[in-house]
Design a protein around this ligand. Structure first.
Ligand code: ADP
Ligand code: MG
Length: 601
């Protein structure tokens, strides 16, 4: 008989294999250690690395500490104080729970643990190397815990080979520390690289004793980004979403600044990204992205965090509810943005729209009460210490939202002193204000106005009842699609009757649509029905709305009546519309200063 060849691996080897899952690189060590600090109730955490974390990672916290009896056991596999049995797995309230991280880390490095439990007389020092505890002794140290991890992967040369340069590891480590800091704005976190502080947040030690998300974002993500953020929130005690999102005017080239935290845990999630981006579908062009720092809180039993080795993915029990909650929160930025624009209007009333321009005193928007106390720990990057200049045209402040959602599209109190200069190329309305020339794409702007109106209330404008109904015979595929969407069309003011045998009778058309254009309108709407919901397109219904708006809007390249220019100019100047339904800008400006400079005045 052959000798048995299947053996259970010795625990040390099993630990090293497990370590491969948890400890991929220095950044993953930082994540585990900081999470332990958070679980220990720390309010202040310092992370220090040398040589990208390969030679040293030190994490110090002021948390609850570990008793002398427990200290050596933290390196045992599956040793944890956070859950006791399988029931604990159903509602995990801590970041850690597997009791794996310290065993894994210590099996591939040289570790030193210094810890003192709250109220204890003295602390404990434990050293371990390659997973084996080499020394335990009492020591003096402040309450809290310090972990030092040296020579990562010293005993796994295969692993070591896969490490990138120290500077690449340092970058990944910094990104990880940043996510840790963002995940808990209430904790003060410092990150030090090769002896130099890279960033620091102030937690609640910011003078007010309150958590300021904006301060945290300011310290971590830079001034420019932080100033473009608006505070949003929605939901209730069971499921909520709050945080900061970028204004629709901020268009980022990638998703790198989308940070989601679920119950305090940094999470990558297509569901959450989709919910965020859905809120911007009408304001950002294809290939441009919003940024956010969003915190989703829900009952621990509504989310499974045990689906990924690094716990960076989760499974939601009620995905739809989470999607809606996040989307609704993010939508508030659209409201807030418009409200801000109203208060920012710098010109005075002129209802005629062609009044001579009288220089008027700018109505300086009242700066909402936002505190930019710089963190008590001096940030090293100068951009973080500069206070914002108050006269800056800051895009968004967290303004209270007191307008109900369905009132978004009231083009505000056009309190603007302007003069329409004329139209260029039968397409671009040129408007003069005391400070600048505004060039407006008349078709795109008009399309957006109609789109918003349709969206607000599909029947806001009475459809035109056709005296002579239009009879059409679209191709079979289109006909089927139209018949399947009669109700949607009717909502938009397009009343179609099925005459049978592939014949349709159009009895009512949306206002502004040309009865002679029925066929191309329907063809257009069919194309949009097919494209809707695809990447790069709007949700299906919106896509159809945009189709009607496009057909009803004044045409580019055709001279239009100057009377039609005024409402368009007003809507653009008031800031109510900025982009077409697909997110392309509808206007741009040339400042008076720029023009004068061009002619050396
Ligand atoms: P887990 O976090 O999954 O419980 P770890 O291996 O990360 O597993 O940690 C093991 C145990 O060590 C924790 O359950 C906790 O009791 C203790 N511990 C680790 N780090 C700290 C810390 N910074 N402060 C207090 N206790 C800690
Ligand atoms: Mg842990």
């Amino acid at each position: 008989m052959n000798n048995p060849i299947i053996r259970v691996l010795p625990p040390r080897v099993a630990d090293m294999i497990a370590a491969g899952e948890v400890v991929e690189r220095p950044a993953s060590v930082i994540k585990e250690l900081v999470e332990n600090s958070y679980d220990a109730g720390a309010t202040s955490v310092t992370v220090e690395i040398r040589r990208g974390g390969m030679s040293l990672i030190r994490v110090t916290d002021n948390g609850c500490g570990i008793s002398a009896a427990d200290a050596p056991n933290v390196f045992l596999r599956h040793a944890t104080s956070k859950i006791y049995d399988e029931r604990g797995l159903e509602a995990i309230a801590t970041l850690g729970f597997r009791g794996e991280a310290l065993a894994a880390i210590s099996s591939v490095s040289r570790v030193e643990l210094k810890t003192c439990q709250n109220g204890a007389e003295s602390g404990t020092l434990v050293t371990a190397e390659g997973g084996t505890v080499t020394d335990i002794s009492p020591c003096g140290c402040p309450e809290g815990t310090t972990f030092i991890v040296r020579d990562l992967f010293f005993n796994t040369p295969a692993r070591l080979k896969f490490m990138k340069t120290d500077s690449a590891e340092a970058t990944a480590a910094a990104a990880c520390a940043l996510r840790c800091a963002l995940s808990r704005p209430d904790v003060a976190l410092r990150f030090i690289k090769d002896g130099e502080e890279q960033f620091a947040t102030s937690g609640t030690n910011n003078g007010t004793g309150e958590i300021s998300l904006r301060d945290t974002a300011y310290s971590l993500l830079g001034r420019d980004f932080a100033l473009g953020l608006t505070e949003v929130k929605s939901g209730d005690a069971t499921l909520s979403c709050h945080g900061l999102v970028t204004a629709p005017t901020v268009q980022l080239g990638n998703r790198g600044k989308q940070y989601f935290f679920v119950n305090g845990r940094y999470i990558k999630s297509q569901l959450l990204t989709a919910a965020l981006e859905r809120a911007y579908t009408n304001s950002l062009p294809h290939g441009r992205f919003p940024g956010c720092v969003l915190y989703i809180e829900l009952r621990p039993n509504m989310v499974d965090v045990n689906v990924h080795p690094a716990k960076t993915e989760v499974k939601f029990l009620f995905e739809h509810a989470v999607f809606e909650c996040v989307k609704n929160a993010c939508r508030q930025v659209q409201l807030t943005d418009i409200k801000y624009q109203i208060s920012d209007i710098k010109y005075q009333i002129s209802e005629t729209g062609v009044a001579p321009i009288i220089p008027v005193e700018a109505v300086v928007p009242e700066v909402p009460n936002v505190k930019y106390s710089s963190p008590p720990i001096e940030p090293t990057r100068t951009e973080n210490i500069l206070p914002p200049e108050p006269q800056l045209p800051i895009v968004n402040y967290p303004l209270s939202i007191d307008k109900p959602a369905d009132k978004i599209i009231n083009y505000p109190l056009s309190t603007i002193n302007y003069k329409i200069v004329g139209e260029a190329y039968n397409g671009y309305i040129i408007v003069e204000t005391p400070e600048e020339l505004v060039f407006i794409d008349k078709h795109a702007a008009h399309e957006r106005i109609i789109f918003d109106r349709l969206k607000e209330n599909a029947k806001a404008e009475l459809p035109q009842i056709l005296l002579a109904p239009v009879i059409l015979e679209p191709d079979a595929e289109d006909c089927e699609l139209i018949l399947a969407n009669l109700a949607l069309f009717e909502k938009l003011g397009l009343l179609i009757e099925d005459f049978g045998n592939g014949t349709l009778i159009i009895r009512e058309l949306p206002a502004n649509c040309d009865p002679g254009d029925c066929q191309s309108l329907l063809e257009e709407l069919c194309t949009r029905l097919r494209n809707g919901d695809r990447p790069g397109y709007l949700p299906r219904e919106d896509e159809v709305l945009a189709g009607v708006a496009c057909k009803a809007a004044i045409k580019l390249g055709k001279a239009s009546d100057p009377i039609e220019w005024t409402p368009i100019a007003k809507a653009v100047l008031s800031g109510s519309i900025k982009t077409c339904p697909h997110g392309r800008p509808v206007s741009f400006t040339l400042s008076r200063g720029f023009i004068e400079k061009k002619v050396s005045r």
